[in-house]
Design a binder for this molecule. Structure first.
Ligand code: INI
Length: 154
């Protein structure tokens, strides 16, 4: 018989580290509040959640690595917003944030999830930070919970 192994939407007892970037704070603050609300709704205890603020998305992998190395968390949630401007800076920042988080996630013994928006404009970012396309902060927090509970079974 095939055995299916899945995580659960239950954050009770999980210690979660959140790294959130300050750049485009008018978007990332909504990602953060969505993530915190989702964790609360799924049974997380406030005292088990720590939020680390960094200047921009480029710095997210650096802080996420520190949290993983601290061995204090069951999962790390990365939140940020990279919005395309008139310069190629977008590609560097978005690319490095995604590559950096992916590299850490592969090496860490805990799940590290990517809730960094990469959009062409502010409207697209707002849609995904509590607007008509939902809230990527919520999605990232729930992915972290599912993966952390899955890791406990693997
Ligand atoms: N950081 C972001 O988080 N989002 C952006 O859209 C962004 N843009 O467009 O420049 C951005 N730049 C700052 C970058 O993340 C670093 O903080 C900075 O380069 C210092 O290392």
């Amino acid at each position: 018989m095939v055995r299916y192994i899945e995580g659960e939407p239950n954050a009770s007892g999980l210690k979660i580290g959140i790294v959130v970037s300050r750049f485009n704070d008018f978007i990332t603050s909504h990602l953060l509040s969505g993530a915190l609300e989702a964790l609360d709704q799924h049974g997380a205890d406030e005292k088990d959640i720590e939020v680390v603020r960094v200047p921009g998305a480029f710095e997210i992998p650096m802080a996420a690595k520190k949290l993983c190395d601290a061995k204090m968390y069951d999962a790390v949630v990365c939140l940020g917003a990279v919005i395309r401007g008139a310069t190629p800076h977008f590609d560097y920042v978005a690319g490095e944030a995604a590559r950096g988080v992916a590299a850490i996630a592969r090496e860490a013994g805990i799940p590290v999830v990517f809730g960094v928006l990469t959009t062409d404009n502010v409207a697209q970012a707002a849609e995904r930070a509590g607007g008509k396309s939902g809230n990527k902060g919520v999605d990232a927090a729930l992915a972290a919970v599912e993966m952390a509970t899955l890791y406990r079974k693997l």
